[in-house]
Design a protein around this ligand. Structure first.
Ligand SMILES: *Cc1c(COP(=O)(O)O)cnc(C)c1O
Length: 964
C-alpha cells in the first residue's frame, strides 16, 4: 500500500503561486547557473540596490487557494445588491449575447491579446475594431470614428480639447448644456480648469446668445430624456466659428436623425448598452467621431486599412497611434490603453443583431416608453418629456422619496432628479411587468392602473416626426452575414485564429508586463453581483464594491508604501493625470500656484509628458546618461533654473531601460529640496512588489497599472485600471466624485465618469493578491528579475545587451525585469533592422518584444515571472536562430534586400506561389526550427505598409471586393 501523503503536501496542491510562476524548483538552479549567480538571494543583492530595499515585508493576509479565494470573494460580491435599474444617466440594462460573452469576454484568445502595434498578428482584433469604427460612423453620420475612448465623460473632455485646437474661434469658453449627464459635466470641469478653459453650464440657447465661445456641447437625447432639435444651434455655433459637440446614445441613433446629418462637428458617447454589462461603471468603450477635417488631431487610437507586402488589404493602427511618443509634451491627449475588449464586444453586438435587429430593439424600447408615458398621463401623472426615446422625467408632486422607496421595496431603482421629479429610463431588458410596476409606484392614491394591452395600439414612440431617422446604416455585409449563432461563433473563431495572444505563446513586451491572467482571477468578473450594478445605485446596494475597494486599496498600499489610493482612474494615463492634478492641487493650496514645471527625463514613456501638458504643466526635459539613468548634474541644473516654478519630476522606476538607478534616493531628495514632488510612474512595479516600495524610497505619487503588474488582461488594448497612490499630505487631493456623492473638501474633481472607474475588473487584482500573499508576490518579482536575467545571459553571446553595468559577478552586471537588445550595430553590418527581427519572430510563432522604445533601433524583452524555462528557451532559441540568419546576410550568403528577415512574415500563400525566386528555401522560411513543424502560427498577411495606410487613410470596413 502506498504511504499516505503528508498533510503539508495536500496543502501545497492547492497553492496558487506555483501555478502563477513559470519556472519550477528544478529549473531555478539551472537558470542561476546560466546567469552566474550563486542563489536567487545573491542575484537580488546584485541587482536591487540595498538603499531602496523595503525594511519589512508586505503585511498581507496569508494566501489561499483558488477555490477558497473564490468563496471569499463570493461573500463580498453578495454584499452588492442587484436591483433592476431605471436610472439611465448613460448606463442601461442590456442582454449580453451568450455567444459574445463566452467567445469574447471569457475567451483568452481575445482577452489576453496585446494592443495591436504588431499589425500582422493582430488582424482579427483590428477587423473587429474597424467594425466598431464603421458602426459608430454609420450610426452617428460622421466621417471618421476611433476605437475607442475610456468613458463617455472623458470622451466629452477630449472632444472639448479637440474642438479647442480645431476651430477658428479664439474664445476660451465652452458652453455645456445643463441637461448633459452630470458626471460628464463634472469631468469636463476637472479637465477644463488646468487648461484655462471657462465652462459655462446652463440653458445653452441663452448662454449662446450672451457669450462668446469656442464650442457647445449638448446631450442627445438629454439626461432627462428630452430630444432637442439641435440643428439651429449647430448653425448658430458655426456662424461664430465654433464647434458643436453632441453626446449621443447609439441605440437612440437607430431611430433619430444622426448628428452628422445636422452638421455636428464631434459626436461622442458610450457603447455600453451594446451588450456590455454596466459593471458599476465600467469597463465599457466610449466612442468619439468627428468631421474629416479634424481627423489628424483626433485623440485615441484609429485602426486603418492599408496594404501588405503582397498588395493585399491589411489593417494597422493609423496616424496618431504613436502620437505621444513622437510629439511628447505637444501631444494633445494621453490616451494609451483604451477599452479595446469592450469595443470588440459592442461591435459584435451590432454584427450579431445587424441594422434590423438593432432597430427592432430600439423600437421596442421607444414604444414601451410611449406606453409608459401614456399610462402615467392616463392616471393624471404629469410627464415632463413630451419628446423622448427611452427616458422620461415624471412629476411626483413632492412624493419622490415615497416613489423611490416603493420601487426599492421591489428591488428597483429610479433616478432622483429633484424632490418633485423622478427620471425613468427603459432599455432592452424592460418587460411589460416592469411597466405595470412603474405605474404602481407612481400612481396617485385611488387611481385606476392602466394596462399595456389597452394602450399599445395608440403608442408607437415619442420621437418627433421631424427628428426620425430616414437614412440607412450598417449596410456593409459584415453586419448582415453573422446573425445565426453558428455563423457568429465561426466568425469570432476565424478572427481569433488570425491573432497571436498569450494563449499561444509568450508576449515579451518590455514595459507592458504580459503575465498570466489566471482563469480563477477572471471568473468573478461576470458574476451578476459585480457585472450588473448601476454605478449610481444607492451606496447601500454597493457595499460589496465598497469592501472590495477598501481591501484592494489596503493591499496596494502595502505593495507601494503609499498612504492613500484611488481606484477611479481607468487607465495608467488617467492615473498619471490624476496624480499630477494632486501635485498641482497641493501646490495651489499652499499659495504656490506658480509651480507648474514638470521635469521629465528624455527616456520617459510618451504618456508622461502628454499627461503633464493636460494638467496644465510645462515640461522641462532632463538628460539621461547612456544607461538611461537620470543625469543628476543636469537635474540639479534644471532644478536651479526652475527653482520657484518647480512642481515635480516624473520618473519611471526601475527606469524604462530596465535599470535600478542606485541614486534614486538622492534624486528624490534633490527635487524635494527645491520644493518639488516626485512622481514615480509605476508601470514597472513588477520589478518592485515585495522588494521595494516607491512610497518608501522617496516617491510622493505613483500610478499603478493593474493591467500590467496585477493581472488584469490587456484585452487587445484595454480595459485598464490606473490607481493613483499618494503619500499622506496629498491624500486630500485624490480625485473626488460629486455625482456619486463623494466630494473632497477643496480637492480635485472627478477624472472618470464612474466613481470606481473600471470597477468590474477589480476582482481580478483582488484574486491575484489574495491567492499570492506577500511571499508569493515577492517570489513573483524575484522570478521576473531572474527570468529577464536568464534571457539576457542566454542572448548576450549573440546580441548587444543593454546591461545595467552594475556590480557583482553577474554577466554584465545584470538587468532588472526586462532587457534591451541593441540591434543598431546589426543594421550597419547586415541592413537588418529591429523591425525586421520583430517581423521574423512572427514566423517563429512569437509576438515581438517592444520595438524602438525607449531607444530607437532596439527590442525590449520582458519575460515576466509567468513564463517557464521551457518557453524562455524556445524564445531564446528563436532569437539565436534569427541571429544566425543575420550572420548569413553579414557573410553575403543572402542579399541585404532579399532574405528571410526582410521578407518576414511569410504567409502560406506567398510560400505556395508557383515560382519561388528567393535565395533561401521555402522550408527555411516557414520552418527555421524543427519544433515549428509540430504546430505553426501562420501570419494571415505579409508585412503591412504603414506609410501607404497613412497616405490613403481609410478607417471603415473595406469594400466587399477586398473582404475575405
Ligand atoms: C503602459 C505605460 C503607461 C500608460 O499606461 P496606460 O494604461 O496604457 O494608459 C505609462 N507609463 C509607462 C512606463 C507604461 O509602460
Amino acid at each position: 500500500m502506498p504511504t499516505a501523503l503528508p498533510l503539508a503536501a495536500l496543502e501545497t496542491d492547492r497553492e496558487f503561486a506555483p501555478r502563477h510562476i513559470g519556472p519550477g524548483a528544478a529549473d531555478e538552479p539551472l537558470m542561476l547557473a546560466a546567469i552566474g549567480a550563486a542563489s536567487r538571494e545573491a542575484l537580488m543583492r546584485t541587482i536591487v540596490p540595498e538603499s531602496i530595499r523595503r525594511p519589512a515585508p508586505m503585511d498581507l493576509p496569508a494566501p489561499v487557494g483558488e477555490a477558497q479565494a473564490l468563496a471569499e470573494l463570493r461573500a463580498i460580491a453578495a454584499k452588492n445588491q442587484v436591483f433592476k435599474s431605471f436610472i439611465g444617466q448613460g448606463y442601461h440594462g442590456t442582454l449580453v449575447p451568450g455567444v459574445v460573452l463566452r467567445n469574447i469576454l471569457e475567451n483568452p484568445a481575445w482577452y489576453t491579446a496585446y494592443t495591436p502595434y504588431q499589425a500582422e498578428i493582430s488582424q482579427g482584433r483590428m477587423e473587429a475594431l474597424v467594425n466598431f469604427q464603421t458602426m459608430v460612423c454609420d450610426l452617428t453620420g460622421m466621417a471618421i470614428a476611433n476605437a475607442s475612448m475610456l468613458d463617455e465623460a472623458t470622451a466629452a473632455a477630449e472632444a472639448m480639447t479637440l474642438a479647442k485646437r480645431s476651430v477658428r474661434s479664439k474664445s476660451d469658453t465652452i458652453i455645456v448644456a445643463g441637461d448633459c449627464h452630470p458626471q460628464t459635466i463634472e469631468v469636463i470641469r476637472t479637465r477644463a480648469e488646468p487648461l484655462g478653459i471657462q465652462v459655462l453650464v446652463g440653458m445653452a440657447p441663452q448662454l449662446m446668445a450672451e457669450h462668446d465661445y469656442f464650442a457647445v456641447i449638448a446631450q442627445y437625447p438629454s439626461t432627462t430624456g428630452l430630444i432637442h432639435d439641435l440643428k439651429p444651434f449647430v448653425e448658430q455655433a458655426h456662424a461664430k466659428q465654433a464647434a458643436f459637440i453632441v453626446a449621443a446614445d447609439l441605440l437612440a441613433l437607430t431611430l433619430l436623425v444622426p448628428p452628422g446629418e445636422f452638421g455636428a462637428d464631434i459626436v461622442l458617447g458610450n457603447t455600453q448598452r451594446f451588450g456590455v454589462p454596466m459593471g458599476a461603471g465600467g469597463p465599457h468603450a466610449a466612442y468619439l467621431a468627428c468631421r474629416d477635417e479634424y481627423k489628424r488631431s483626433m485623440p485615441g487610437r484609429l485602426v486603418g486599412v492599408s496594404i501588405d507586402a503582397h498588395g493585399a488589404p491589411a489593417y494597422r493602427l493609423a496616424l496618431q497611434t504613436r502620437e505621444q511618443h513622437i510629439r511628447r509634451e505637444k501631444a494633445t491627449s494621453n490616451i494609451c490603453t483604451a477599452q479595446v475588449l469592450l469595443a470588440v464586444m459592442a461591435s459584435m453586438y451590432a454584427v450579431y443583431h445587424g441594422p434590423e435587429g438593432l432597430t427592432r430593439i430600439a423600437r421596442r424600447v421607444a414604444r414601451y416608453t410611449a406606453i409608459l408615458s401614456a399610462g402615467l398621463q392616463q392616471m393624471g401623472v404629469k410627464v415632463l418629456t413630451p419628446h423622448a426615446f427611452d427616458t422620461i422625467a415624471v412629476e411626483t408632486a413632492e412624493r419622490t422619496d415615497a416613489v423611490l422607496a416603493a420601487a426599492r421595496a421591489e428591488r428597483a431603482n429610479l433616478r432622483r432628479l429633484s424632490d418633485r421629479i423622478v427620471g425613468i429610463a427603459l432599455d432592452e431588458t424592460t418587460t411589460r411587468a416592469d411597466l405595470a410596476a412603474l405605474w404602481r409606484w407612481l400612481a396617485p392614491a385611488g387611481a385606476t392602473l392602466p394596462t399595456v394591452e389597452a394602450l399599445a395600439n395608440d403608442c408607437d414612440s415619442l420621437i418627433p416626426a421631424a427628428l426620425q431617422r430616414q437614412s440607412a446604416f450598417l449596410t456593409h455585409p459584415v453586419f448582415h452575414r453573422h446573425h445565426s449563432e453558428t455563423a457568429m461563433l465561426r466568425y469570432l473563431r476565424s478572427l481569433a485564429d488570425k491573432d497571436l495572444a498569450l494563449d499561444r505563446s509568450m508576449i515579451p513586451l518590455g514595459s507592458c508586463t504580459m503575465k498570466l491572467n489566471a482563469t480563477s482571477e477572471m471568473i468573478p468578473i461576470t458574476w451578476p453581483e459585480f457585472a450588473e450594478p448601476h454605478p449610481f445605485a444607492p451606496a447601500d446596494q454597493l457595499q460589496g464594491y465598497a469592501e472590495l475597494n477598501a481591501q484592494l486599496c489596503g493591499w496596494l498600499s502595502q505593495a507601494t508604501g503609499y498612504a492613500g489610493i484611488s481606484l477611479q482612474p481607468n487607465a495608467g494615463s488617467q492615473g498619471e493625470y490624476a496624480g499630477l492634478l494632486a501635485i498641482r492641487g497641493w501646490h495651489a493650496s499652499r499659495g504656490d500656484a506658480q509651480r507648474t514645471v514638470c521635469l521629465i527625463p528624455e527616456s520617459a514613456h510618451g504618456t508622461n509628458p502628454a499627461s503633464a501638458q493636460m494638467a496644465g504643466m510645462s515640461v522641462v526635459v532632463v538628460k539621461c546618461d547612456p544607461n538611461g539613468s537620470v543625469d543628476l548634474d543636469d537635474l540639479q541644473a534644471k532644478c536651479e533654473a526652475n527653482a520657484d516654478k518647480l512642481a515635480c519630476i516624473m520618473i519611471t522606476y526601475p527606469s524604462t531601460y530596465g535599470v535600478f538607478e542606485p541614486r534614486v534616493k538622492e534624486l528624490c531628495a534633490m527635487v524635494h529640496r527645491f520644493g518639488g514632488r516626485v512622481y514615480v510612474d509605476g508601470a514597472n512595479m513588477n520589478a518592485l512588489v515585495g522588494l521595494a516600495a516607491p512610497g518608501e524610497f522617496g516617491g510622493d505619487v505613483s500610478h499603478l497599472n493593474l493591467h500590467k503588474t496585477f493581472c488584469i488582461p490587456h484585452g487587445g488594448g484595454g480595459p485598464g485600471v490606473g490607481p493613483v497612490c499618494v503619500v499622506e499630505d496629498l491624500v486630500p487631493f485624490l480625485p473626488g466624485h460629486a455625482t456619486a456623492g463623494q466630494t473632497r473638501e477643496g480637492g480635485v474633481g472627478a477624472v472618470s465618469a464612474a466613481a470606481l472607474g473600471n470597477a468590474a475588473v477589480l476582482p481580478i487584482s483582488w484574486m491575484y493578491i489574495r491567492m499570492m500573499g506577500a511571499q508569493g508576490l515577492k517570489d513573483a518579482t524575484e522570478v521576473a528579475i531572474l527570468n529577464a536575467n536568464y534571457v539576457a545571459a542566454r542572448l548576450a553571446p549573440h546580441y548587444d545587451i543593454h546591461f545595467s553595468g552594475g556590480h557583482g559577478g553577474i554577466a554584465g552586471g545584470g538587468v532588472a525585469h526586462e532587457c534591451i537588445l541593441d540591434l543598431r550595430p546589426l543594421k550597419d553590418s547586415s541592413g537588418v533592422s529591429a523591425e525586421d527581427v520583430a517581423k521574423r519572430l512572427i514566423d517563429y510563432g512569437f509576438h515581438a518584444p517592444t520595438l524602438s522604445f525607449p531607444v530607437a533601433g532596439t527590442l525590449m524583452v520582458e519575460p515576466t515571472e509567468s513564463e517557464s524555462k521551457a518557453e524562455l528557451d524556445r524564445f531564446c532559441d528563436a532569437m539565436i536562430a534569427i541571429r544566425d540568419e543575420i550572420r548569413q546576410v553579414e557573410a553575403g550568403a543572402w542579399p541585404r534586400e532579399d532574405n528571410p528577415l526582410k521578407n518576414a512574415p511569410h504567409t502560406a500563400a506567398s510560400l505556395l506561389a508557383a515560382d519561388w525566386t528567393h535565395p533561401y528555401t521555402r522550408e527555411q522560411a516557414a520552418y527555421p526550427v524543427a519544433s515549428l513543424r509540430a504546430g505553426k502560427y501562420w501570419s494571415p498577411v505579409g508585412r503591412v505598409d504603414n506609410v501607404w495606410g497613412d497616405r490613403n487613410l481609410s478607417c471603415s470596413c473595406p469594400p466587399m471586393s477586398d473582404y475575405a
